[in-house]
Design a binder for this molecule. Structure first.
Ligand SMILES: Nc1nc2c(c(=O)[nH]1)N[C@H]1C(S)=C(S)[C@@H](COP(=O)(O)OP(=O)(O)OC[C@H]3O[C@@H](n4cnc5c(=O)[nH]c(N)nc54)[C@H](O)[C@@H]3O)O[C@H]1N2
Ligand SMILES: Nc1nc2c(c(=O)[nH]1)N[C@H]1C(S)=C(S)[C@@H](COP(=O)(O)OP(=O)(O)OC[C@H]3O[C@@H](n4cnc5c(=O)[nH]c(N)nc54)[C@H](O)[C@@H]3O)O[C@H]1N2
Ligand code: SF4
Ligand SMILES: [Mo]
Length: 884
């Protein structure tokens, strides 16, 4: 029997880039824990990181290449891809093909695919899902600093006296950074946190001040701040004159915003704004963290620069506890930017528009055909697919049918494209379904390479699982296609270490301090060094020192070495859209990752939210006659979807929030990007995914249903359905627009039962229940009602796992409620230990009034801690209820 092994690697989810230790037991079972030595997390993990071991199973994996849905071998598939691409280029030119890649690729994969496209095929038609994610930050950085540089590091979040969080739900999306700030604040309670977000998110738990800003009021808010800094002598004159240009113009532009307009645009009272401005002006150690509430906007780049301007004007940049801080979403959003994965970048932070840079990269690669102009950005790329300009498309590690704006048209465009290749790890995704050729990639745990996190820290991902089936590394797949297209010499890598060394060498090539990205210290590394490579931050040049922070003494990468304080105007006001009185905001939930191809495999992570939903303020619910748990149709000028209503005062009136995760694999009609038009920021090309005029209507169903099933049904014959994994099987929510003629036949079908399931029917209320058994065990339960089904979901799920042979237990099942002495746990709050809201409420009623006390009583919140903000809220709500 093999001895247990442990391997240090990195979490494949968010850009915090936590170090994890994967342990493989003697029986081959894997477990995952936080790496206490990794400088991003020092041992911490969030709910998603903690559940990693649950998502490495092979169910649903793509394990062989497929052509038109039929399994094939690598040679046949690769020959076909190379031939088709070569023929298309010959007939229609290099601009007739496009690659759409992902911030979830490793740096080595990314480097190779970018090299093939920009240096050997000779077009820059390669863009990435980072366009939907980080493009505005990249554009803002380049406009201000002359380079795409994140100046600070995570430690600054702990050293700051003021942390401003703008459009960032850190508690759910960067949970370990949230925990680091929470721990710092506990030690130094005088530390202040301000949250700027239209919603009262879980992150608000940490905030001393919440500015529930009007959607897209951010530019105005930060112009107001700059103006305040100017008027109150808070400008750092020395820093500004030595290291920046543009302050006078920027202040003039900011001063044009009168207080009335400021209040209207931000939706915030002047007194609240003044409070924030005074706090910012008075606090030297300030970090401003921002993510998608800033980037994903038609004014995204201006938002970024409006924030950076305030830091440059005060000289608060690159010193401990200070700086603007764009936190990245995907595990390797930064690595992708480093290798130049965006259509308007070259490799190693060089610029495609710059002839010297192009010449340098071409010489280094010995490339036959360097791209001479920026390629199509994601939205334009799929437009070109739609109108036939792109004739061959390769999608790698992303699911655009779900995540691109105007998703239904993106789907139609891909479906009509003459040749589509998809490389993925999952067999069935909404995008993979449209592929002519499907290529199986190695997944996390199997693949090997590096990623860069939000603080410019490069960490190895190491494999600890054997490659399953015929799956291969993404860099290998791309290199094999490159070889077959005649570029063998430039793509003959032996392993990821060769690619990393080449990337490091290019970053240092003719650099001499002229480019921020320099990891020349690693250009000579060999396989053994690579194996051992500890986490490190860039820049890390061969000569000179590695730097943790940049720009405290200027040294910007502009021609004159000065940063640009960019004059920004508040822009025109968007007129209201008749017929669409609400604003649709979209984003993330705590336990799901994007299109759910991985988190959807974990029963634990699927319990926090098991259904797509729209958060609606109680006033709007009343106005549109929607009750909590009703179904609602959410419509925009483009399309409509059907989701569950979740009525909550955390939402601002006149706006609703719908998560981005649900797709056609998990729900009937919940792809929110079908509703989002492809409006983009004019500078960055990033789509505005967070502010769409919308309306809601209650969807009146004839019957509502809930089922738990041991195996996933082939089909749910209902107008609305949503399915999620649960302990022992699957849970299904559904609704029917009309009653089926034969309820028994319907129940047999859904419960996949040969016999008539046991049933109970209340003719007065119209409620029905069915329970199917096989081998003395419950195989499925079905609850139907003319109103949303009120049965306890957690109790029903627990019945799947329990044995129900006794008549008494069977009766309890049909009664649809817990029997005596059985606790209904309520909706899952703590994913790690499966503790529900009812259990936490009960503990509060029994006298626990702190998160720590709840933890002692129930275990909730004592592992990863991602649920602590919600536990706090339950304590708060119960205390209020008691007081009232
Ligand atoms: N659990 C989980 N974590 C993730 C991910 C995931 O899928 N699941 N994905 C990762 C990725 S790739 C990314 S990019 C990050 C994203 O991380 P975040 O940016 O934190 O996540 P979002 O939920 O997209 O949006 C953040 C907030 O922006 C707010 N917002 C909307 N409009 C505005 C506005 O006009 N102004 C302001 N100030 N705020 C606004 C929204 O209400 C929302 O709460 O998360 C990463 N982490
Ligand atoms: N409305 C709205 N839309 C959004 C957003 C929003 O906030 N609102 N956020 C946007 C943002 S910030 C992002 S980052 C995107 C994310 O959107 P996507 O990138 O489309 O989402 P994922 O589900 O992460 O897709 C990754 C795909 O790669 C596969 N995969 C995983 N690992 C590997 C691998 O190693 N190799 C290969 N070849 N495949 C792999 C997965 O199975 C999955 O199919 O969505 C964007 N879309
Ligand atoms: S915060 Fe959570 S999801 Fe992000 S890297 Fe760390 S463990 Fe993974
Ligand atoms: Mo992202």
């Amino acid at each position: 029997m093999a001895a247990p092994r442990s391997v240090k690697t990195t979490c494949p989810y968010c850009g915090v880039g936590c170090g994890v230790i994967a342990e493989i037991g003697s029986g081959g079972d894997a477990s995952v824990r936080g790496d206490p030595d990794h400088p991003a997390n020092f041992g911490r993990l969030c709910s998603k990181g903690s559940a990693l071991a649950e998502t490495i199973g092979l169910d649903g994996r793509l394990l062989d290449p497929e052509i038109q849905g039929a399994r094939t071998n690598w040679n046949t598939a690769l020959d076909l891809v190379a031939t088709k691409f070569s023929n298309t280029i010959r007939e229609h030119g290099p601009d007739s093909i496009a690659f759409y890649v992902s911030g979830q690729l490793l740096t080595e994969d990314y480097y190779v695919v970018n090299k093939l496209m920009k240096g050997f095929i000779g077009t820059a038609n390669i863009d990435t899902n980072s366009r939907l994610c980080m493009a505005s930050s990249v554009a803002g950085h380049r406009r201000a600093f002359g380079s795409d540089t994140v100046p600070g590091c995570y430690e600054d979040l702990e050293l700051a006296d003021l942390v401003v969080l703008v459009g960032s739900n850190l508690a759910w999306c960067h949970p370990v950074l949230y925990q680091r700030i929470a721990a710092a604040k506990e030690k130094r309670p005088e530390m202040k946190v301000v949250l700027i977000d239209p919603r009262r998110t879980a992150t608000n738990d940490l905030a001393d001040l919440h500015l529930a800003i009007r959607p897209d009021g951010d530019v105005s808010l930060f112009l107001g701040l700059l103006s305040h800094l100017g008027r109150n002598r808070a400008i750092n004159a020395q820093y500004v004159s030595r290291h920046t240009s543009g302050i006078v113009e920027a202040l003039c532009a900011a001063d044009e915003l009168d207080p009335y307009t400021l209040v209207r645009r931000t939706g915030l009272p002047l007194a609240t704004l003044e409070r924030f401005y005074a706090l910012f002006a008075a606090t030297e150690r300030t970090v401003t963290v921002y993510s998608q509430g800033v980037n994903q906007s038609a004014s995204g780049t201006d938002k970024v620069n409006a924030i950076i301007n305030c830091h440059l004007a005060t000289g608060r940049i690159g010193r401990p506890g200070m700086g603007p801080f764009s936190v990245t979403g995907q595990p390797n959003a930064m690595g992708g930017r480093e290798v130049g994965g965006l259509a308007n970048m070259l490799a190693a932070h060089m610029a495609i528009e710059n002839p010297e840079d192009r010449d340098r990269v071409q010489r280094f690669w010995r490339a036959p055909a360097i791209a001479t102009k920026p390629g199509l950005k994601a939205v334009d790329m799929f437009r070109a697919v739609a109108d036939g300009r792109i004739k061959a498309l390769w999608v790698i590690a992303t699911n655009p049918v779900v995540s691109m704006p105007d998703a239904e048209n993106v789907k139609n465009a891909i479906a009509a494209c003459p040749f589509v290749v998809v490389s993925d790890v999952t067999a069935q995704t909404d995008t993979a379904k449209l592929a002519h050729v499907l290529l199986p990639a190695l997944a996390w745990g199997e693949k090997s390479g590096t990623v860069t996190n939000s603080e410019r820290r490069i960490t190895r991902q190491r494999s600890f699982l054997r490659a399953p089936g015929a799956a291969r590394a993404d860099w290998w797949i791309v290199s094999e296609v490159a070889k077959r297209m005649g570029h063998g010499e430039a793509f003959s890598y032996r392993g990821p270490e060769d690619i990393f060394a080449e990337h490091a060498a290019l970053s240092a090539f003719e650099n001499n301090g002229t480019r921020d990205l320099d990891i020349g210290a690693y250009a000579q590394l060999d396989a053994a060094d690579y194996d051992e490579l500890p986490p490190f931050q860039w820049p890390s040049p061969k000569q000179g020192e590695a730097r943790v922070r940049l720009f405290h003494d200027g040294g910007f990468y502009t021609p004159d070495g000065k940063a640009r304080i960019v004059p920004i105007s508040p822009g025109a006001e968007e007129p209201a859209t008749p017929g669409f009185p609400l604003t649709l905001n979209t984003g993330r939930v705590r336990d799901h990752w994007h299109t759910m191809t991985r988190t959807g495999k974990s029963e634990r992570l699927s319990q926090h939210y098991a259904e797509p939903f729209a958060e609606i303020h109680p006033d709007d619910a009343e106005r549109f006659r929607v009750k909590d748990a009703d179904l609602v149709r959410v419509s925009t000028g483009l399309n409509s979807i059907l989701v569950r209503a979740l009525v909550t005062p955390r939402q601002q009136p006149c706006s609703i929030f719908v998560p981005m995760h649900w797709n056609d694999q998990f729900a009937s009609s919940a792809r929110v990007d079908c509703l989002v038009p492809s409006i983009t920021d004019p500078i960055s090309g990033q789509p505005a995914s967070k502010n769409v005029p919308a309306r809601i209507e209650r969807y009146v169903a004839a019957t509502y249903g809930f089922a738990v099933l041991r195996s996933r049904p082939a089909r749910v014959p209902a107008q609305y359905w949503a399915i999620a994994k649960c302990k022992g099987g699957w849970r299904v929510e559904f609704a029917l627009s009309s009653e089926p003629g034969d309820w028994h036949a319907f129940a047999r079908g859904l419960l996949s039962s040969a016999n008539d399931p046991a049933n109970y029917e209340d003719t007065q209320t119209g409620r029905r229940r069915f329970a199917a058994y096989g081998d003395g065990h419950l195989t499925g339960m079905l609850f139907l009602a003319p109103e949303p089904v009120a049965v306890s979901r957690e109790w029903a799920i627990s019945q799947l796992a329990a044995s129900n042979t006794s008549a008494g237990k069977r009766n309890a099942v049909l009664a649809g409620r817990p029997g005596a002495g059985v606790v209904d746990r309520g909706a899952t709050v703590c994913a790690c230990y499966g503790i529900g809201a009812n259990e936490i409420s009960a503990a509060v009623r029994n006298g626990c009034c702190t998160v720590a006390a709840i933890g002692e009583a129930t275990q909730a919140g004592t592992n990863c801690g991602s649920c602590r903000p919600e536990i706090k809220r339950i304590i708060h709500d119960n205390t209020l209820a008691k007081a009232g």
